[in-house]
Design a protein around this ligand. Structure first.
Ligand code: NVA
Length: 366
């Protein structure tokens, strides 16, 4: 039987990966954790329902562009099985009028070595999203005797999991930034809650963003679950909507990270990288002033690249400044037209989840 699941970081040679699907995607109804994360001036405020079919088809076309590039590079691609996301859901603790999507996989699945763990997301609409990946998990389980198929403790997501009326419509950007700086976020600490896209894997070290989608209790949970790894909480005070680390702090290869210039890692948290001779470089400016229509993310998806190996990276085709910078940093750049998939939950890194990269668990910060 083969070894199918293995990945310790975001840069070792990629051999197998999951790419999401846009089918049946919803703009979910407002709920305690989501409204805090939709910018006040977003056209999506107050809106919910099925995403327009033409945008779904176009998003899927973009994901196919990515699949073709990956396959042409010898990377095996697996796809999730979408559900009818417009169904209402319920648990003993909450009801929600719909689910969301199976884009992006990076938010839901965390691969650490031979384990893939489904996350403990704070959005109620994402509570059953993991089901889209269960057929793949079962396949890996049948074919790889060492594969660990795991589900993190499921949060209850009762009203006690959220601070209510935490942001009102009138809150200024400055006040949001003060709250980020004070590490004062919408979720409470009654249970671990985390999105997999807040976790940056670097061999023996996990750097986890504390923000709107991942709380402190999750960090403590991770440290106890992986006693052999070191868990570091990181914060980016320049970000008024701190959600997911992969448009903020993105490693390209051992020793090199690009950092969003408006969301700088604080001095004291840089120390571990500097002490180990890692270079932290400001990322290039995005090529766009605005995200595409009906998109939750910022223009900084420009940085959200997929590293195929320490010398090769896929960058969104219109992000010419980011491509130019990667080239100067010594990477071979493969452009991929993906921008119309952004509204479904993110860029190239978001749209994927690692299954197999070569290499083992190295200590990059001895
Ligand atoms: N908070 C991020 C999402 C990254 C995938 C951004 O919009 O910049």
């Amino acid at each position: 039987m083969a070894k199918i699941v293995n990945s310790w970081n975001d840069w070792d040679p990629l051999k197998r990966v999951i790419v999401g699907r846009c089918d049946n995607s919803m703009i979910p109804p407002e709920e305690p954790a989501t409204s805090e994360k939709v910018p006040v001036d977003s056209e999506m405020r107050g809106m919910w329902g099925l995403r327009p079919l033409a945008t779904v088809e176009r998003g899927n076309e973009c994901l196919e562009n990515l699949v073709k590039i990956l396959e042409s590079r010898g990377v095996q691609v697996d796809r999730p099985t979408p559900l009818q996301w417009n169904q209402a859901i319920g648990t003993p603790d909450f009801r929600n009028d719909s689910m969301m999507t199976c884009m992006p996989p990076r938010d839901i699945l965390l691969t650490v070595g031979n384990e893939i763990m489904a996350s403990a997301n704070s959005f109620r609409c994402r509570y059953f999203e993991y089901l889209a990946y269960w057929p793949l998990m079962k396949q890996y389980f049948d074919e790889d005797p060492e594969f660990k198929w795991t589900q993190a403790p499921r949060p209850r997501l009762t009203d006690a999991s959220y601070k209510h009326n935490y942001y009102d419509e009138k809150i200024s950007l400055e006040e949001r930034l003060v709250r980020t700086a004070n590490k004062d976020f919408v979720t409470t600490e009654v249970e671990p809650m985390w999105d997999a896209a807040d976790v940056m894997r670097m061999g023996r070290d996990l750097f986890i963003q504390h923000g709107l989608t991942t709380n402190r209790t999750a960090m403590e949970w991770f440290q106890r679950y992986y006693p052999e790894l070191r868990v570091h909480a990181v914060n980016f005070p320049g970000d008024p909507y701190p959600i997911h680390i992969d448009a903020t702090f993105v490693p390209l290869r051992p020793g090199l990270i690009i950092n969003n210039p408006v969301r700088q890692l604080p001095e004291e948290q840089r120390a571990i990288f500097e002490a180990n001779d890692w270079q932290i470089v400001d990322a290039a400016q995005p090529a766009h002033d605005e995200p595409p229509a009906l998109c939750y993310s910022s223009v900084w998806l420009s940085m959200n690249c997929l590293v195929l190996d320490p010398k090769t990276v896929i960058v969104e085709a219109s992000e010419v400044y980011q491509q130019e910078q990667m080239d100067k940093l010594g990477m071979n750049v493969i452009p991929c037209d993906l921008r119309d998939a952004y509204p479904f939950g993110g860029g190239l890194h978001c749209s994927t989840a690692d299954v197999y990269r070569e290499g083992g668990c190295e200590d990059y910060f001895p």
